[in-house]
Design a protein around this ligand. Structure first.
Ligand SMILES: [Zn+2]
Length: 254
């Protein structure tokens, strides 16, 4: 059995000095399956190299909503399509809407989101969704363009999670469960069926500890908290999350 980090940026510049050591640390903790999210040329180059070296690693690439510029045209999307053709990712992501950090590019974000969902449908690939302060629009768009995928770093309500699940999505939880007094994530996790649950770090981001670079090996701590919230053993949780992960990549029909 493996622990899985369902969303991490292993190609990030923050790992440039010690990437191989970081990978060794995660493998020694049995975190040997991971989805490597690549949203820049640099990250993608490293991501491809890592996927070639480790059979448990999957490659995702996407135009991140935070990187969308007001002057972007469909040319940017066409360039992205070429990258997908060349790199043959296992997943499209992270893609979505971020009205919290980039409210001024709302309309452009929607355009790129829709185009990438259509591309995922066309290429029969699952998607990894980033949605911040944009759940109504995210849900409406996902309903119109049905594909299989993951809602990454979920931090919304019990009700919204149920709607994503109804659409066939998996819901992934990160380090927010580690914060003291994390009442809301616990309540939401309790409501998620075990066969729709995934776990991630978003490393090197979203560290629960100040000035600590988040690493995939830290995912084991998130598993621990979730196994307590769900009142199941670590082995049972590990087994179920691995089944869910394998299901994402087996077939795209929800
Ligand atoms: Zn991320």
């Amino acid at each position: 059995m493996s622990y899985i980090d369902a969303h991490c940026h292993l190609g990030s510049h923050q790992f440039d000095d010690d990437r191989d050591e970081m990978i060794n640390r995660m493998l020694s903790k049995r975190v040997d399956k991971a989805i490597i999210i690549c949203c820049s040329k640099h990250d993608l180059g490293e991501g491809i190299r890592l996927r070639n070296q480790h059979s448990g690693f999957k490659l995702a690439c996407g135009i991140h909503p935070q990187s969308v510029e007001p002057e972007d045209t469909t040319e940017r999307f066409e360039r992205f399509r070429k990258i997908v053709d060349e790199c043959k990712p296992d997943m499209i992501g992270e893609i979505g809407l971020d009205y919290y950090s980039h409210p001024h590019t709302k309309e452009k974000q929607k355009e790129f989101f829709i185009q990438q969902l259509q591309l995922a449908g066309e290429y029969d690939l699952p998607v990894d969704i980033h949605s911040r302060k944009a759940s109504a629009d995210t849900l409406e768009i996902l309903k119109k363009y049905p594909v299989k995928g993951i809602i990454h770093s979920y931090s919304g309500s019990v009700e919204m999670a149920a709607l994503y699940i109804k659409l066939g999505y998996f819901v992934s939880f990160g380090a927010s469960v580690l914060f003291p007094n994390a009442k809301r994530p616990a309540e939401v996790i309790r409501s998620i069926p075990l066969d729709r649950l995934l776990i991630e770090t978003d490393a090197p981001y979203q560290s629960p500890v100040k000035d600590h670079r988040h690493e995939p090996e830290d995912v084991v701590n998130i598993y621990k908290v979730i196994s307590q919230i769900k009142s199941i053993s670590m082995a049972e949780l590990e087994n179920q999350v691995e089944k869910n992960y394998d299901r994402i990549f087996r077939s795209v029909s929800p």
